[in-house]
Design a protein around this ligand. Structure first.
Ligand SMILES: Cc1ncc(COP(=O)(O)O)c(C=O)c1O
Length: 331
């Protein structure tokens, strides 16, 4: 190992705090330092090659170092690297929004950008909440969110509130808002007593019980369509997603589909909702949206939701949310 490699390893341990990592253990091991990638492979600083079996956290849907993407980024950098979307716009934001509307399920027509799956989830939750208030002139009691046990929607406080993985989320409970939980639609790790053939009926039956009880106070239900990813790839039984959508309609609950993990072809169709012809009210996209190149996410909504935010300036119905890098043109 040469000096440069030794410096990298030492400096990583000296300066970097790694996510979801017990640093005490980490400090005792030799860090794996990735230096380059091509296609499905990564190489470390010692020249060892690895199959990137996790697609660098489920993002590299086109592989590492795709020439077309590399070139497009260079072209955009030569034009402008950042310009805000707060009251201004730029050609890449316009082009991508049009493309997203074209390829996402019918009726999802307005694209709100952000920079991670978690922020896109926060935006979806805040939009659903504000939509309810503005549709009812502030009188709505529908302010809560139903979510699933074992769900993972990101690490910001709103996203954790609708999360359901105790290992990650329990410690933060005092910081969170409470969200009624539907059991995971998964026979082998669920608290419902049942057998596989009746699974779907029982899952939906349980979901209906929760939705019926809380519908008067619920703005929206959030779900990872078909696969609860971070929970360990828990696959919903066929028909479950469609059943949930029907229950949302029945109980006047908005449906937020979090396709951060499953979007962009991961389940064999461009979006997992397409498998069951489900059109959510709010669709959340991230990860594969940039093929792993840059942080970008999108929250896409129906005209019905968007129109509830229109009004005179002094009615203050605007969506007061936006990140510094919202809709970054290079991303
Ligand atoms: C379904 C789902 N939603 C949201 C997120 C959060 O995305 P990010 O890590 O980009 O904030 C993830 C991340 O794994 C996810 O799997």
């Amino acid at each position: 190992m040469n000096n440069k490699m030794m410096d990298l390893e030492a400096d990583d341990k000296r300066y970097v705090w790694h996510p979801f990592t017990q640093m005490k253990d980490y400090l005792e091991e030799q860090p794996l330092i990735i230096e380059k990638g091509k296609g499905s492979f990564l190489w470390d600083i010692h020249g060892n090659r690895y199959l990137d079996g996790i697609s660098s956290l489920w993002v590299t849907v086109h592989g590492h170092c795709r020439e077309e993407i590399d070139n497009a980024i260079v072209e955009q950098v030569k034009m402008v690297s950042h310009s805000t979307l707060l009251g201004l716009t730029h050609p890449p934001a316009i082009a991508l929004a049009g493309k997203l509307v074209e390829i996402t399920p019918e009726g999802l027509n307005k694209v709100f950008y952000s920079d991670s799956g978690s922020t896109a989830v926060e935006i979806g939750l805040k939009m659903a909440f504000q939509y309810r208030l503005q549709k009812s002139d502030g009188a709505s009691s529908k302010k809560r969110f139903i979510s699933l046990r074992n769900a993972y929607h990101g690490d910001t406080v709103g996203a954790v509130s609708v999360g359901g993985i105790d290992l990650f989320h329990q410690i933060y409970r005092p910081l969170l808002f409470d969200s009624p939980k539907v059991e995971s639609p998964y026979c082998y790790r669920c608290n419902l007593e049942r057998t596989y053939p009746s699974c779907n009926m029982e899952c939906l039956g349980h979901a209906e019980m929760v939705m019926e009880k809380h519908c008067h106070e619920t703005a929206a239900l959030i779900i990872e369509p078909l696969v609860q990813g971070a929970a360990g790839m828990l696959i919903s039984p066929p028909g479950y997603l469609k059943g949930i959508k029907e229950l949302c309609t029945k109980y006047n609950i908005l449906m937020i589909a979090d396709e951060v993990a499953v979007g962009f072809g991961r389940t064999g169709k461009m979006f997992a909702c397409e498998h069951e012809d489900v059109i959510p009210d709010i669709l959340i996209l991230g990860k594969g949206i940039t093929g792993g190149y840059l942080p970008l996410a999108a929250t896409i909504v129906t005209d019905e939701i968007y129109s509830a935010f229109l009004g005179e300036y002094d009615e203050f119905k605007a969506f007061f949310h936006g990140h510094t890098y919202t809709g970054n043109p290079v991303a």
